[in-house]
Ligand binder design. Sequence first.
Ligand code: NOJ
Ligand code: CA
Length: 523
Amino acid sequence: MSDVRKRSVSPAWLRDAVFYEIYPQSYYDANGDGIGDFAGITEKLPYIRSLGCNALWINPCFDSPFRDAGYDVRDYKRAAPRYGTNEDLYRLFEEAHRQGIRVLLDLVPGHTSEEHPWFLKSGEAESNEFSGRYIWTDDWFKGIPGRPYVGGEYPRNGTYMLNFFKCQPALNYGWLRPTEPWQSAMDSPEALATREAMKDVMRFWLSHGADGFRVDMAGSLVKGDDEQGTGTCAVWRDIRAMLDREYPDAALVAEWSHQQAAVANGGFHMDFYLDQWDNGYHTLLRDGKSSFFRRDGQGDIRRFLSDFMPRYEACKGKGYVALITCNHDTPRACPALTPDEAKLAYAFLLTLPGVPFIYYGDEIGMRYQAALPTKEGGYTRTGTRTPMQWSGGKNLGFSQAAPERLYLPVDPSPDAPTVEAQEGDPDSLLETVRAIVRFRHSQPDLAPDADFEPLEIPGEPRALVYRRGGLYLCVNPSGKEIRLPKDIAGRLASQSCLFAVGVRPEAADARRLAPQSFAVFGE
Ligand code: NOJ
Ligand code: CA
């Protein structure tokens, strides 16, 4: 066992975690009103467990005007009535725990809805307890250079900063280096009060059974911060210290995609590796013909590795890269990838060092619905948020409501993939995902912090061999057979194939990688 594996990153349950992300609007509508709900998720927990997933992340499910699908929170401590009551959510935690599933909620610490009572109070002309909760200039005619801001809406003599959409004013955690009288220092009473208010929200849900949080725009808290996130990281370290003292089993995953900041400096247990700016992750699944997992494309694994390795190194001994099949902001990998291409992509993502997150429906190859009009601030993201496809029945089994009442229409294509059609078929994407997750759980060498060593094949960037502990994993998404060089083939020679996708394990050859295959060799 290597040094890295001996050091453990708390909480320990993350070492065996496989997450499933649920967009609650679209998962399962238990009461037939056309929108997904807590009771629906609770009913489907056995299915989630059957995938081998033992943890959930649920997108924001709090009271909200839903101008950004719930990322505009109006009351942090109240479940959105359209999903059920707080008690229904507590019941979901309980039932999930009974079935061995942890539940992360989505914490939105950087901004609230413009309808949040804190914000309405902060817009009043007279100074009050909430005047410093958001970022306001000190004159109605003074803007905030380089940042989005709004004026002319409230009696207060100032303009206020936005964090994302116009409906999402930025909460005030202070500025790294204040240069204007209206800019708070990070340790000012008002900035500290915001931080304490957010801790209070966290304690509230943790004390009711939540297991932690996915943290929205985790890098956005302190304004005027530097590239390393020095100010924001200090805030998160303080919050992490609170968790370590009071809720040591709680986990935090950052939406930052900056592992050096979030994990190495900020105390996050995990940080998502997002599909952004043509980065390495983007080159795997979503780069058109140049995607690594496109059979007939011009993929090049070096484009991934050069971006991934520094992120992986930054996390060592401190936390994990969180690897996603997709999320609610990103186009689904299918139909750009075929189900067979997706099988190899998931096999790779689920065996890299890190903690995997499967986006609901990706396990059956649900397809991005490009033509949909925007819903609740989704814009081009809407096509990734359509209802889960359970069966060939009414509304593909998502809801008993009339089709025109659905939150979003279901995939209209006659061959829309469903759980029902794939269940029990060993060649299906669904059963392949189940098999990969099972294999992952069975191998300590696939734990998120077990050794990782990529072995590039000289002159052949269309395939990769990588070592995890004592296992050698070979992925060849291309349509051609690829010969391994002698030194790599030599390392595999005495081992047998323990698991394979796209080729029968008995037929997997450690000298020649079969076209479109994934094979794991070990003792
Ligand atoms: C990131 C979330 O994932 C996205 O859906 C949301 O619109 C923005 N943050 C703003 O909260
Ligand atoms: Ca419902």
